[in-house]
Structures are given as structure tokens and as C-alpha cells.
Design a protein around this ligand. Structure first.
Ligand code: GLC
Length: 471
């Protein structure tokens, strides 16, 4: 479809305010065309910084744009994106370590032209800084496919053989036997939105929340055919153990802290209470007992052998609320914590990707002295406006819509004036990020999406899941 046709189709309900109009126009300008069809959005359009790979379409970034497009009736761009990225997914099993594994989705792609011929070039991490393969891309892809289906009821697309196969390959990639015995997904550091070293290797919460939402999506989308039965059974039998594991072992509130504080260690066998052999000295009890409000709590950032990462990570917690990975009470607790610790987590720009920042030795050891991730900057305690939509959605879902509205009000004061930066620095998020790009697409889309979700909460169904009633 040509750009002109698309523009005519646009916007039965666009542009409700000047700010929204500007945001919508900026979002339209970020669209990438491939063989005259819109297939995605670039990560950023900063006229003053070298693009590096910000002129590419990142799968995770596009989800925010895609949800706005779905809500505003421009579903074809999402359909094109899903079709083209599906073609990039490797389908054959192979043993070559230089090739991406079967079922993986790329971090990003771009349109390459030579001799008048266009092709899509994918980056599975082999070009990315630090060469990390994105585990979250295939999970986001499945979540987006379900959102597309909910918005369009396009059975013809989802039931197509290539789409059913694509879903199966992702499920297989995630569920096939690995080197650990946890129900959660084992991944390397930097496998998600935080795509640099930040001490997230193992079982980071962000991946687990997306993993759970992706499994729920697969459960809804896989047809009950003979061929799919094995995969449907595998998905069904994984949901309960993941849910219980996260709800029981990742949850931190004052009560849990008391239990962990008095844990016995070196316990062997099935009766062990301290199953992961957490040593009390590894936990900053005194900071945490002060920081945790009496009523609130959150899911820890990571859990592994002798490790609980007690940092608060926004994507993992907010996506746990949206996907119903956290229980209803826990979801309330997460929103309560955000409200009680507003200055720390929201401050002058919603919201912190991670809290608190790693400092001193922690920063040196865990980030490898990464200057971009110095304390209170970028991934390490920086504030990311894209999170606005997840916050607004989670607040709405947990019955606390005023939290989303308040966050939106705060963001609106700055975003246009600052030209839609990628992130903000400082404890209160008052500084435009040192290396932040302007006209960052998911900042723009995140704002529009938050607005749409607040104005019309029924849109939440695109991205939310009902609780399965697992206790
Ligand atoms: C940065 C972010 C990553 C994002 C990319 C493009 O690398 O860490 O999550 O996808 O920029 O915006």
C-alpha cells in the first residue's frame, strides 16, 4: 500500500489536543516503508546525532507504536510488521553458533536498497553494541500478535500455517530443556530493554513477565490441531509453575523481608525453606525496611542461586500487573508502592527504569564501568518516558487510574519542550539524558498510548490478561 493511501485511511479519531496532534505527526514521520508498504517505525529521528542503529525498527520499541496504530485504526502497518518480521525468524534447526537460533526474532531490522532492489536486513545481536541476542523480541512479537488479533479479529492471518509455525517455534525456543530446573527463563545479561550489562543475567523479572504474557498469548492463538497439541500442552503445564514461582519467591514486602531475614542457610532437600540458599548479608535490609511502605511491595529484579536482586525494575513489575503474573493483591501492592515512593520512582518524569542506581563498586563490578550507565543515568536509575503507558495501563488495571493521570500530567509539562527525549537523568529525572536522542519514537508513542488508555480504558484488553485463578 502506498503512503498516500495509508494517510487517507488514517485517523478517524486522531488529534484531540495540540500536543497529541504534534505527537501523532511525529509518530507518522517515524514510519519506515518497505516496497511502498509501512512496516515499522524507526527508533529515533534526532537530526543532530549520528543514527548508529537508531534508524532501524526495534521490535520492542515498535510495540508502543503498534498499540497506538491498532487503537487508531491503522491496523495494516501492524499486520505488515508481523508478516515481515515473521519472515526474518530462522525456521531451520542448525548447529552453527554464528547463526541465530531457530525461533528467535531480531532486535531490529532496516531496509537496505541496492540497484533499485529493497530487502530487509535483520540484526539478531550480531551487530548490536556488546553483541547481545534479544530474548524479549520473540516474546513481544507474540504479545503483539495477540493484540493485533484482539483489535482486528483477523483469523485469516493468525490461523495461517506460517503464523502457527512461528508461534510454535517461539514456544519451542522458550520451553525446550535447558541447563536449569527453574520454571522461569534463563537468559544472558542485556537480553531485554536493558540491553547492556547491568547484573541481569539469570532470571530477570522483565523477561519472566514477558515470557508469561507470551505464553498466555500462545495459549490463546494456537489452534487446537493435532500438530499443535504438544505445544498447547507444554504451554498449559508451564503457566502454573511460573506463576507460583514468581508470586512466592520474587515478592518483597515487609512480611517477606522478615521471613528472609531469619532464613536458615545451607539447607538440603525438599523441605528447605530457603530453597535458593539466600544469605541474609546479601540483602540491604536496613535500606529496604525504610523504603518499603507498610502496605506496598514489589517483585524483585532477579532470583538465582544465593541471589535476590532487590532493585525495583519498572518493566517487569508493570508487565506483571498487566499480564496477571502478579496476584491481585500483589498488583495492588505494586501500585501502592509506586504511589508511596512517588518521588523516587516518578519524580519529575515518569518513570525510573530501575531503582536504586548501582553506585561505586556495584556499578564497577556489575556494569563493567559502563560510562553510559553511570549512577542515575540511562538504564541505571534513569527515567524513561516510554514507561508512561505501562504505568497508566497498570494503574488502570489495578483500579488506581488517578496514578496514571497524575503521571501523564507530569510528563506533559516537559516532553514537547524537550523534544521527546529517549530518557532523563538524575535522582528526580530532572535532566534530559546526557546521551539521550530527541524525537525518540517510543517516547512519542508511549505518551499517545497512555493518553488513549486513560481516555478509553476498554483499550486495555489489547495488552491485559485476566487472572487464571492460580493460588
Ligand atoms: C537502547 C535501549 C533499548 C532500545 C534501543 C532503541 O539500546 O536500551 O531498549 O530498544 O535503545 O531505542
Amino acid at each position: 500500500m502506498s503512503k498516500a493511501t495509508l494517510d487517507q485511511q488514517a485517523a478517524p479519531q486522531v488529534a484531540k489536543s495540540v500536543l497529541e496532534k504534534q505527537a501523532w505527526e511525529a509518530l507518522e514521520q517515524s514510519i519506515i516503508y518497505y516496497q511502498d508498504r509501512p512496516v515499522g517505525t524507526v527508533a529515533a529521528r534526532d537530526p543532530e546525532l549520528t543514527a548508529l542503529n537508531y534508524d532501524q525498527c526495534f521490535i520492542r520499541d515498535f510495540v508502543s507504536s503498534a498499540l497506538v496504530f491498532l487503537i487508531r485504526g491503522r491496523t495494516d502497518i501492524v499486520r505488515n510488521f508481523l508478516e515481515e518480521t515473521l519472515k526474518l525468524q530462522p525456521k531451520k534447526r542448525q548447529f552453527d553458533c554464528s547463526k541465530p537460533g531457530r525461533g528467535l526474532m531480531p532486535a531490529s531490522f532496516k531496509v537496505e536498497s541496492s540497484h533499485g532492489h529493497e530487502r530487509l536486513k535483520a540484526d539478531f545481536g550480531e551487530h548490536a553494541i556488546a553483541r547481545v541476542a534479544p530474548v524479549d523480541s520473540c516474546l513481544w512479537w507474540l504479545i503483539l500478535l495477540r493484540a493485533y488479533f484482539k483489535a482486528t479479529h483477523d483469523e485469516e492471518l493468525v490461523n495461517r500455517d506460517d503464523f502457527q509455525q512461528g508461534i510454535r517455534l517461539i514456544v519451542e525456543l522458550c520451553l525446550v530443556a535447558r541447563f536449569d530446573m527453574y520454571p522461569t527463563l534463563l537468559v544472558p545479561d542485556g537480553a531485554c530493554m536493558i540491553d547492556r550489562r547491568m547484573g541481569l543475567y539469570g532470571h530477570p523479572l522483565e523477561i519472566q513477565s514477558l515470557f508469561y504474557a507470551a505464553l498466555r498469548s500462545a495459549q490463546e492463538l494456537l489452534l487446537p490441531t493435532k500438530h499443535n497439541r504438544y505445544f498447547v500442552d507444554a504451554v498449559n503445564s508451564r503457566l502454573e509453575p511460573v506463576t507460583k514461582h514468581i508470586r512466592e519467591n520474587y515478592w518483597l514486602d515487609t512480611h517477606r523481608l522478615n521471613v528472609i531475614y531469619r532464613y536458615k542457610v545451607e539447607e538440603y532437600g525438599e523441605q528447605a525453606l530457603n530453597q535458593f540458599n539466600i544469605y541474609s548479608d546479601s540483602i540491604p535490609f536496613y535500606q529496604l525496611t525504610e523504603w518499603l511502605p507498610p502496605e506496598g511491595g514489589y517483585l524483585a529484579g532477579n532470583l538465582g542461586p544465593s541471589q535476590i536482586d532487590c532493585r525495583f525494575f519498572a518493566v517487569g513489575n508493570l508487565m506483571a500487573v498487566l499480564s496477571s503474573l502478579s496476584s491481585k493483591e500483589q498488583s495492588q501492592g505494586i501500585l501502592q508502592l509506586i504511589e508511596s515512593r512517588w518521588e523516587d520512582l516518578v519524580g519529575d518524569m515518569p518513570m525510573k527504569l530501575c531503582y536504586p542506581a548501582l553506585e561505586d563498586q556495584g556499578w564497577k563490578i556489575l556494569t563493567g564501568c559502563d560510562p553510559k550507565n553511570r549512577p542515575w543515568s540511562y538504564h541505571n536509575g534513569g527515567s524513561w518516558p516510554v514507561l508512561l503507558w505501562m504505568l497508566a495501563a497498570a494503574a488502570q488495571k489495578a483500579g488506581r487510574p488517578e496514578i496514571g493521570k497524575q503521571a501523564l500530567k507530569i510528563a506533559e509539562r516537559r516532553l514537547v519542550e524537550d523534544e521527546w527525549p529517549e530518557y532523563y537523568d538524575g535522582k528526580n529525572g530532572r535532566l534530559v539524558g546526557k546521551e539521550a536522542r530527541r524525537y525518540q519514537t517510543w517516547t512519542i508513542a508511549g505518551y499517545l498510548l497512555a493518553k488513549e488508555l486513560i481516555q478509553k480504558p476498554s483499550n486495555l484488553s489489547l495488552i491485559c490478561f485476566e487472572d487464571l485463578g492460580i493460588i
